[in-house]
Ligand binder design. Structure first.
Ligand code: ADP
Length: 211
């Protein structure tokens, strides 16, 4: 990516969300999109894991919840995101990964963005549940995440289906939803996302997909 592309993207200031069930590859794709757009990828899961690893006050508070695959209380999560979005690197755009996940978080984010400008698009990765369990079990072997036991994986999928799927309807109702098939190679899925965003006029300058 050249400097001029970065400049254009910074001016553009994309404000994006990525949502998808556990194992849909949203973390990997979030990093790709963020790099292409020159914006920070903000993963609430990564932030919580960082706190847990460093045994901060917040980390100790949320460890058991995260390990069990339950959602951290909205109050804590909302404050964390408000703080992160107030940092200077978010002034020209951001990509939120794993937030909002509940209706209360959607409301909180709406208020937070009311002054600075609303979201431009919500990328939703879709994937078959069997494929997701296969991927996560594989990741458990490779990374040893404490919440990647089969029991916790199934629990996280149930929690996602119950709590987070309804927020997709909210964003669909606002006409912001960009649905992308998450099954395929990393580059293949990344290209699909780029094309789907470009089709809505959200693109990386000089990218053929944006033409
Ligand atoms: P995955 O989507 O693969 O399950 P994440 O890294 O996004 O993993 O999140 C890991 C865990 O962090 C969640 O299971 C939950 O405990 C906590 N978490 C992350 N984001 C949120 C959020 N927006 N609200 C509440 N809890 C969250």
């Amino acid at each position: 990516m050249s400097g001029s592309h970065e400049e254009t993207n910074r001016e553009r200031g994309a404000r994006l969300l990525i949502v998808g069930p556990p194992g849909s590859g949203k973390g990997t794709q979030a990093a790709y999109i963020a790099e292409a757009f020159g914006i920070p990828a903000i993963s609430t899961g990564d932030i919580f894991r960082h706190h847990i690893t460093h045994k901060t006050e917040l980390g100790l508070k949320v460890q058991a919840i995260v390990d069990a695959g339950d959602y951290v209380p909205d109050e804590l999560t909302n404050q964390l995101v408000a703080q992160r979005l107030s940092e200077s690197d978010c002034a020209k755009g951001f990509l939120l990964d794993g937030y909002p996940r509940t209706a209360d978080q959607v409301r909180f984010l709406d208020e937070l963005l009311a002054q600075d400008g609303a979201l431009e698009a919500v990328v939703r990765l879709t994937a078959d549940e069997d494929e997701l369990v296969r991927r996560l079990t594989h990741r458990a072997h490779e990374q040893g995440r404490a919440d990647d036991t089969e029991e916790a994986i199934r629990h996280r999928q149930n929690v996602y289906n119950e709590q987070t799927a309804p927020i997709i309807d909210i964003y669909r109702g606002r006409g912001l939803l960009v649905e992308v098939d998450g099954i395929g190679g990393v580059d293949e899925v990344a290209a699909r996302i780029r094309e789907a965003l470009a089709a809505r006029g959200i693109g990386v300058a000089g990218d053929p997909a944006a033409a």
